[in-house]
Design a protein around this ligand. Structure first.
Ligand SMILES: Nc1ncnc2c1ncn2[C@@H]1O[C@H](COP(=O)(O)OP(=O)(O)OP(=O)(O)O)[C@@H](O)[C@H]1O
Ligand SMILES: O=C(O)c1ccc[n+]([C@@H]2O[C@H](COP(=O)([O-])O)[C@@H](O)[C@H]2O)c1
Length: 224
């Protein structure tokens, strides 16, 4: 007997949100890691509109969108750059974004929101953080300088991650509510360091994709 419900019949969308000021090789590595792990049907990249925990961005929303397009164009997965957070004029809350994505993609889709360990360390400060699991799975990757153990991750976040931990196949085969911690990513790059390099007239050509650096130089971004 054949089944219409093979594991591959469920749509899986990996979602990477970020300020991307600018996008860099750490973001690309994070996305690549989870694309390889989950084989999603789509990588959706969502530049933040008003990231309320940051103190102002240097590049404009349009410039960040252009850089993100260039950075992810070579990925081996259909790419969608989603402008919803830029177009929403209120503070950027991931819970709002995931609610909108769930409404768009339907109840069956496996939605996996990706982040680095720095965000895991204060996930409990996000708006409605414990409701994120009602809409998506969370996939977190390690990042140099940001431990993922009890020394740095709040107990309530650890508790949720432990009880929801699941292997990639299970995440691929269910809609939301599970977690995955990837402990072997180690890309020591931050947008802060790239902005600082550019402000000091250095060329961070090992830290950002070449097409992004071209864009930065052509548009004279991150100059004093
Ligand atoms: N090197 C990295 N390794 C793993 N995850 C990363 C890395 N850099 C960024 N991320 C993750 O990508 C998402 C977007 O990050 P963001 O755009 O804020 O970059 P950033 O380098 O952390 O920026 P900034 O230095 O300005 O704070 C976040 O979930 C963050 O944890
Ligand atoms: O929802 C929140 O309250 C919230 C608080 C901090 C960060 N986020 C999201 O986390 C993602 C990474 O944020 P950042 O600041 O590292 O660029 C991005 O999509 C942000 O909108 C979300």
């Amino acid at each position: 007997m054949t089944s219409n419900h093979s594991p591959r019949s469920r749509q899986c969308v990996a979602v990477l949100g970020g300020s991307f000021d600018p996008v860099h090789n750490g973001h690309v590595a994070l996305a690549k890691y989870f694309v390889t792990l989950l084989a999603p049907d789509e990588l959706r990249v969502i530049p933040a509109g008003n990231p309320w925990q940051k103190h102002g961005l240097e590049a404009s929303p349009e410039q960040r969108v252009e850089m993100v397009k260039r950075a992810f164009s070579q990925q081996n997965v259909p790419l969608v750059i989603d402008r919803q957070e830029i177009e929403r004029k209120t503070a950027t809350y991931t819970i709002d974004t995931l609610q909108a994505l769930r409404a768009e993609l339907g109840p069956q889709a496996s939605i996996v929101f990706l982040m680095g360990a720095d965000q895991l360390q204060h996930l409990n400060t996000w708006q409605g953080w414990d409701r994120l699991f009602d809409y998506a799975h969370l996939g977190v990757a390690s990042r140099p300088g940001f431990a993922m153990d009890a020394s740095q991750v709040p107990a309530e976040v650890r508790r949720e991650f432990t009880r929801r931990a699941a292997p990639p196949e299970q995440i691929r085969q269910s809609a939301h509510g599970l977690t995955y911690l990837a402990r072997n990513l180690a890309v020591d790059i931050s947008a802060t360091e790239i902005r600082a390099a550019l402000h000091n007239a250095k060329r961070p050509d090992t830290l950002v994709p070449a097409a992004v650096l071209d864009y930065i130089e052509q548009h004279h971004l991150y100059k004093n």
